[in-house]
Design a protein around this ligand. Sequence first.
Ligand SMILES: [Zn+2]
Length: 431
Amino acid sequence: MRNDTFAKELISFIDSSPSPFHVVHNLKKTLRDHGFIGLDPKSHWELQKKGRYFTVMNDSALIAFEIGEGNIEEEGFKMIAAHTDSPAFKIKPFPEMRIKNYIKLNTESYGGAILHTWLDRPLSIAGRVVLKSQNPLNPTKRLIDFKEPIVIIPSLSIHMNRTVNEGVKFNKQKDTLPLLGVVNDEFGEKNRILRLIAQNLDVKIEEILDFDLILYPVEKGLITGMNKEFISSPKLDDLAMVHAGLKAIISARQTSGINVLVCYDNEEIGSATKQGADSPMLPYVLERILLSLGKGREDYFRALSNSFMISADMAHALHPNYEEKQDPTHHPLINGGPVIKINADQKYATDADTSAVYQEICQKAGVPVQKFVNRSDELGGSTIGPISATQLGIRCIDVGNPMLSMHSVRELGGVLDHEYIIKSFETFYGL
Ligand SMILES: [Zn+2]
């Protein structure tokens, strides 16, 4: 019988985290429950050794850390980085479009979704709504999650597209707009979305200034396979790694250095935002930790030189229907353990030195480890590792759990792998 406790926890974490804002909200709650104290970036920080803290950027990115007892400049930071965002559709500001009596919503895609997987699925809407406040510079922000399915993107019938099974090219301004409902009135009321938001949040329409809202599938994740070995769920990329990092930083043995978990936003669109990996968010926080502990800039640079980062983002398993897509000598399999991602052009931050470190960590943790390289004639993706390592100038490795269907609305990972990678992260933090 497999231990599916962690996989079940992951599924419920993902189910309650339909947008990056909800991811961070849930992270904050769990961290607080385990003694982590929230730090306002605008306040003066007075940190203590053995203290556990977190701070948030834009409500959608978070850095949690635990300060050890040792000399920080000698012990350095042990960091795990993951991302809170996943491909989705974002609702445009004035989204309602009327086609006869149908009301549909104008959206744009966020990141690189496999578009056809979004069709014919019950979808809901979640995100952040910004409301008027007394201070124009600091409007009030509220989370929203409609929870119920309220929109759907219907596909075109095969009778109207006889060549559909030979492949469809999707136009994002035409083919993927979701249907909200049918109205009977001839002219119709406007601002239905705003009225739905106002109702849900119990505020007046006039109070709503703007929103960051995305569509998400309401069908929940589950465990499947003849031996219950697979996790089928939305957003495994990269909430599986966010969840694994969270589990590890909470339960790891306290050591002399500083354990850090950084959950960036906006990886799916290149990381170049204030809450993304290509920002000074992490360096600022790391330096503030040192300053608050009475250390200087020289100590900060020494600490960085003694630091190590695991950039944790999901990896491609061998696909049983497309063996030819994998590299001829590397075949990561689901439930074969965490995957070290390697690329000669450094689309992944891994080098022989950092790969050796993670292999040793896995051995100490008693978990298997695999390696991934692209076929030399396939481009492959990139991730936060090289960006974050370049910002900080520290040793970094890219790892992730093997999965299939990456960027589908519903992805496939392994039950065992989730437990394996949590163990490896706990071992890393406990070194
Ligand atoms: Zn990812």
